[in-house]
Design a binder for this molecule. Structure first.
Ligand code: UT7
Length: 325
């Protein structure tokens, strides 16, 4: 039976690096606090012209090159983002135009940090019914445009960037073979973007303070550890596998302490856990595809390896996905 398989990966990061030392000049914080509480040392911040769709297209182009495909061969483009180029039209349509992917249809999904994994799952389901399809899935964020730079609780955490994967099909047992996707909308207010509700007709211009990220960090922390370890265990159990059968775990890169707690709950050895949160911070939907591309480029993933993704984000949303590379 055909399965959706990743044919190529790519990523694109803004030029500018923002260090903890620079953040010390912006809010009341310290390199010592940020490093010990989050593991983050640097993050990338978009500059002039480094728009969301351009980072996304840059990552997409590299993933196409890596797969040996052209943009004209794409049938579908999914962009996962919570910081879209515009609310309308979708960032995916901008990417389609930028790449010249004239034969594709394109749309965005918003599942916050979980978006790329939801996107892979979606692509795998299209490919299951139409194995000839080639699908580009991108996670791309310019969170720096959505961060309150006066709020030390959040501004030290987030970064910009994009990562992408091109999917096709194979019938040799390799590919995506399991996933579990979860949400709990009752807890939306733990992590959300401020701003006017679309349905509020009485909104005045002076009510508009900009759409900025608000987070209850310690509650999100606890939910993230519980939800990710739970969904990974559920998925492994469903597939009759254990952590010993997995070659590499690529988790959402939010905070090194979350990753270490997840590692200890799941009993994962260091060499099986991919970590790059120190370099890029939390890039939301872009975090897993950037990490996946780094792992791929570094040769950390070999043919037939079992790779497990797990993620957690606003919504709340969380998910895990398994593939044989
Ligand atoms: O992508 C998925 C969504 N996001 C996440 O997964 C993030 C989840 N949460 C976290 O990573 C952590 O909760 C944080 C890193 C945000 C905070 O770490 P924490 O250990 O949970 O700290 P806390 O929220 O309990 O705050 C401890 C103290 C507070 O001071 P008081 O009230 O105890 O005096 C904060 O005001 O640390 C203070 N604080 C800071 N101090 C220096 C918060 N941010 C900073 C800062 N620099 N940047």
């Amino acid at each position: 039976m055909c399965k959706a398989v990743i044919l190529g990966t790519g990523s694109c990061l803004p030029e500018r690096t923002l260090t903890n030392a620079e953040l010390e000049q912006m809010v009341e914080t310290s390199d010592q606090w940020i490093t010990s509480r989050t593991g983050i040392k640097t993050r990338r911040i978009s500059g002039a012209g480094e728009y969301n769709y351009r980072l996304a297209a840059g990552a997409g182009r590299k993933a196409l090159d890596n797969a040996g495909l052209t943009a004209a061969e794409l049938d579908m483009i999914i962009v996962a983002t919570l910081s879209p180029q515009k609310i309308m039209p979708s960032t995916a349509c901008f990417v389609q135009a930028e790449l010249g992917a004239d034969n594709a249809f394109a749309y965005d999904i918003n599942a916050a940090c979980t978006g790329f994994t939801y996107g892979l799952d979606l692509a795998s389901k299209y490919i299951a019914s139409q194995p000839e399809m080639k699908v580009l899935v991108i996670g791309s964020e310019t969170l720096s445009t959505r961060v309150d730079w006066e709020d030390r609780n959040t501004c030290v955490l987030f970064g910009d960037g994009a990562g992408a994967a091109v999917l096709g099909s194979r019938d040799d047992g390799r590919g995506i073979f399991g996933s579990k996707l979860r949400s709990d909308g009752r807890l939306w207010n733990l992590l959300h973007m401020d701003g006017p509700e679309s349905q509020n007709p009485a909104l005045q211009p002076e009510d508009w303070q900009g759409a900025l990220i608000r987070m209850n960090g310690s509650d999100i922390f606890k939910h993230a550890v519980r939800a990710m370890s739970g969904v990974v265990n559920d998925l492994l159990e469903q597939q009759g596998l254990s952590v010993a059968d997995v070659d590499l775990i690529i988790p959402h890169q939010a905070n090194i302490r979350i990753l270490r707690k997840l590692q200890s709950r799941l009993d994962v050895p260091d060499e099986k856990l991919f970590v790059n949160v120190d370099k890029y911070g939390n890039t939301s939907a872009a975090s897993i595809p950037i990490a996946l591309d780094e792992a791929n480029q570094q040769g950390r993933i070999k043919e037939n390896d079992v790779v497990l993704l797990c993620t957690f984000g606003a919504g709340l949303t969380w998910a895990s996905l398994l593939m044989r590379w």
